[in-house]
Design a protein around this ligand. Structure first.
Ligand code: CA
Length: 610
């Protein structure tokens, strides 16, 4: 009887529920790459023959070892926007599925990504602001909201970001990078969302796809940009495809889990053993994140189309790619190139967390170092982790020495010859995986001024981590939750509301006012965005550099010593040239460039030459 009931229940599913998933859920007419690979997923779908509306060419139908998958590639060349109809036939059983090819936004292919004229604000999506307490838990996902749990879901969401875009505009940032927002249905620690379970769906605890699109639109209305945090290297163990793998080799199997050795040097080290290189790249980041095999062409195409779908759907201005150098090296370069072939002016920054400029430069597009082993990642931008390493110690090194103090920062830029494009590198004091700058320096405002002025005026694209601007601290050694604290004022009932001047403490206002002033000035200065850089060897722990174009020049002086320093300007004549005076951007006072310049201990001067 039980068996009969089961059979009776199953029959309607087989007849009427033939498709559980279609991905991408829709596509766009007029893409540069006309080939579209559509994944149809449903019980024994591979037993069907498939056809499509007249006039459309099916180029390829691919089955995998799992009969629940069918990958159908169609040619969309010269096919106008319309609803296509796919027909599936298995004996007498026939059913159809509509599929939309939508109209693209005007000039979508020409979208311009973020660049060095931007300041990027990194948001821990769950920890910034809870704009909608009603979505903190959702019946479709396992982990429920629990703000009392440091590693739990605190309720931050898209609405909270939209509600505070004017705060961010006042702060002077021009782009936001929220940590991933697609669904992560892990039972715990899902708040960071790097273990995604559905890459076409916004996590309901953040909002809906429509709200994500609204975030993009609200940013664009304010002249600001949206950067998506994209994860190609792995999915979460709750990903629907991991639970019913299309093929054994969809992920790297040993079989199953084996941890990466994290030694990314094995990817180019001429002395590396093959087994070490394989275990780095194919090993899993952590047990809960199955490592995707980007050398499987069906998977690679799935990831590429998913990325392009989000750019087109949400009108994105860029990607940040997680754990870039842990991906299959050739696969990830194809993924990156395919996106840039579609959007030549887009920007993508990869997380290449290494401690040596040559090793980081290897991963930047058109790298001469990569060319040594015939590798080109096509990745436009990397992150300046060596500058990050330096700023984490130098401001406690008061005395000048051969290898201490600002010489470390100076040395970082002496290696810029290694980078094909040093101005397309992200500079930062901290991010969501590091110690907080204000933790290291115990909220020393003078050291914050030095650090922030540095990343705001050297070459590259500055990135600020949420909360830095109000002096937020956090100790990585206490766990990730401490460096990902809730932004004060983001939750109703918070006693301290740092989103408003009146709500901030005097110390928070000190940090905020400096940050806002610096970044708003930065918006206006093209020499700092795109000018060349010329620097002078630090003397007495004072570092002087210029950013300049043919018509504009900025002189930056950082005094990292513990006393006032006075120096002659004659040494900088090749940069000062015919300029006579300069304006201090903080005090608006005029400085005569013929006179000696004095600068207080642990302070910064930013001078616009006139
Ligand atoms: Ca919420």
């Amino acid at each position: 009887m039980k068996k009969l009931l089961f059979t009776l229940l199953l029959i309607p599913i087989l007849v009427f529920g033939q498709l559980d998933r279609v991905e991408p859920p829709f596509w766009y007419a007029g893409m540069q790459n006309p080939e579209l690979q559509i994944l149809f997923y449903g019980k024994n779908i591979a037993q069907n023959t498939v056809s499509v509306s007249s006039g459309i060419v099916i180029k390829n139908v691919q089955k995998t070892e799992n009969p629940n998958y069918l990958f159908v590639t169609i040619d969309t060349q010269n096919v106008p926007a319309q609803d296509l109809v796919f027909s599936f036939k298995n004996g007498k059983n026939v059913f159809t599925k509509n599929y939309s090819l939508k109209t693209r936004r005007k000039d979508s292919a020409l979208r311009k990504g973020y660049d060095a004229s931007d300041v990027i604000y990194l948001i821990m999506s769950d920890r910034f602001a809870n704009g909608n307490p009603n979505n903190d838990s959702n019946k479709s996902v396992t982990e429920k909201g629990d703000r009392a749990n440091p590693g739990g879901r605190h309720g931050g969401d898209i609405k909270g970001m939209i509600d505070h875009l004017d705060y961010l505009k006042e702060l002077g940032v021009t782009a936001i990078w929220p940590t991933p927002m697609c669904e992560d249905n892990d039972a715990k620690y899902s708040y960071h969302t790097y273990g995604q379970s559905d890459v076409y769906k916004t996590d309901p605890r953040f909002g809906t796809n429509e709200e994500y699109l609204q975030l993009s639109s609200e940013l664009h209305q304010r002249g600001m940009k949206l950067i998506m945090d994209y994860v190609t290297n792995h999915w979460g163990a709750e990903h629907w495809m991991y639970k019913d793998l299309p093929s054994y080799d969809w992920i790297h199997q040993f079989p199953g889990f084996s941890q990466s050795n994290y030694r990314m040097t094995t990817q180019f080290d001429p002395n590396a053993s093959a087994i070490d290189a394989k275990n780095c790249m194919d090993g899993w980041f952590v047990r809960s994140m199955p490592d995707l095999n980007q050398s499987n062409p069906l998977l690679l195409n799935y990831l590429t189309q998913n990325a392009i779908w989000w750019i087109e759907y949400a009108d994105l201005d860029g990607f940040r790619v997680d754990t870039y150098s842990y991906n299959d090296k050739v696969g990830i370069s194809k993924w990156t190139k395919a996106i840039l072939d579609e959007y030549p002016y887009f920007n993508i920054v990869g997380e290449v967390w290494m401690h040596d400029q040559a090793q980081m430069a290897y991963w930047q597009k058109d790298s001469k170092i990569g060319a040594i082993d015939n590798y080109n990642s096509y990745l436009p931008s990397v992150m300046d982790f060596t500058l990050h390493d330096a700023v984490g110690t130098v401001f406690n090194e008061d005395e000048s020495a051969w290898d201490k103090g600002l010489i470390k920062v100076y040395d970082n830029f002496t290696n810029d010859f290694l980078y094909p494009n040093p101005n397309n590198i992200m500079t930062f004091l901290e991010n969501h995986d590091t110690n907080r700058f204000n933790e290291i320096y115990k909220n020393d405002f003078k050291k914050y001024q030095l650090g922030l002025a540095l990343i705001a005026t050297v070459r590259g694209i500055p990135q600020l981590y949420y909360g830095s601007e109000i002096g937020m601290a956090g100790d990585k050694s206490k766990g990730d939750a401490d460096i990902r604290r809730d932004f004060p004022g983001g939750w109703s009932g918070d006693k301290n509301n740092a989103f408003t001047k009146a709500g901030r403490t005097s110390e928070q206002n000190q940090f905020f006012d400096f940050t806002s002033r610096l970044f708003n000035w930065r918006k206006t200065n093209t020499a700092v965005h795109f000018g060349k850089m010329k620097h002078y060897i630090p003397e007495n722990n004072v570092y002087v550099y210029f950013r300049y174009t043919d018509s504009q020049s900025v002189m930056v002086v950082l005094n990292n010593s513990n006393k006032t320093q006075t120096f002659k300007t004659a040494r900088f004549q090749e940069s000062i040239g015919n300029y006579k005076t300069a304006k201090d951007i903080f005090t608006s006072k005029s400085v005569d460039l013929k006179n000696d310049i004095s600068i207080e201990s642990k302070s910064v001067l930013i001078l616009e030459l006139e």
